[in-house]
Design a protein around this ligand. Sequence first.
Ligand code: FAD
Length: 314
Amino acid sequence: MLKKELPGVKKQVPLAAHTTFNIGGPAEYFLPATTQKEILRAIKTAKKIKLPVFVMGGGSNLLVSDSGVRGLVVKNQVTSPVVLKKNNVVEAPAGAVLGKVIDFSISKSLQGLEWAGGLPGTFGGGIRGNAGAFGGEMKDTIVSVRALDDQFNLRKLSNGESGFSYRSSIFKRKNWVVLSAQVKLKKGNKKKLKEISNSRKDYRKEKHPLEYPNAGSVFKNVAVKDLAPIFQSEFADKVKQDPFPIVPAAWFIIGAGLAGKKVGRAQISQKHSNYIVNLGGAKAKDVLALIDMVKNNVKNKYGIVLEMEVQYLE
Ligand SMILES: Cc1cc2nc3c(=O)[nH]c(=O)nc-3n(C[C@H](O)[C@H](O)[C@H](O)COP(=O)(O)OP(=O)(O)OC[C@H]3O[C@@H](n4cnc5c(N)ncnc54)[C@H](O)[C@@H]3O)c2cc1C
């Protein structure tokens, strides 16, 4: 049935190869979708036969269970066209690699996305999670987003209607699929924009453990207002405005003495302690054990419950 409706679908595809963590068992069904029509047909078909369906992008924010995922995983590979419209507006499909959208904008001397240099994943994944770094967030330049809602209605939402907040949006909260979006940029200096984007990449290479497979920051940073006064003082010199006063989660992990801890082939990075790295052959269960260790120890020592930024898919 599925093969007939979705000719490109494959069975039992290991998801480790489709995540930056290189961890995860097989998807029961897997469809690399290269057109929007294919995505829409896949979602409708799966819902019709009551098969769970999950749309992924670059797999850079996912930890997939060792036993894999039941149902259909659709990998959004709708990467083109990325186009320049009137008034410095760039439009791109959700499956476009974010780095390509940044490079395209810079090639047109357009400023507004360069802060995201080196941020992995797709344009749509970044919008859904309102990805951010170095004081910038996806929401800063979004004009409109085209999405598929849970009733299969195609919608066009303005920035305000997209309900962006820290690492979240209406698309995340309601599980809607982002199909494409427009960003409004400003004229800038191509050479300078390239320099900024490259400096962000260099910073990441220097400070983050990119030499090992990982899924970026495991936990969200902690709002200063959520900390007990005694810890607000203890961490006063660690506060960053990104995008509001926060203490990076890494400081609590270091403070709890957990940097470098290993379970199996997974390790809390010493280079950046909010990263868990796959030393080669790590299992999702190893990573989950480290996540529990961090949550319990940080809760006991600082009274805060760290929230996951990485999504666990089972
Ligand atoms: C080395 C490294 C550094 C990172 N640095 C940062 C950083 O600085 N800031 C930051 O915010 N994040 C960072 N991340 C996390 C990650 O890159 C972002 O969250 C990214 O936006 C995820 O995009 P993706 O396409 O890979 O999504 P995936 O990992 O494929 O999916 C993540 C979630 O998004 C959903 N999703 C994907 N595409 C769509 C779509 N089109 N419509 C609806 N939902 C969708 C999936 O269903 C899933 O729930 C980093 C990750 C790595 C590996």
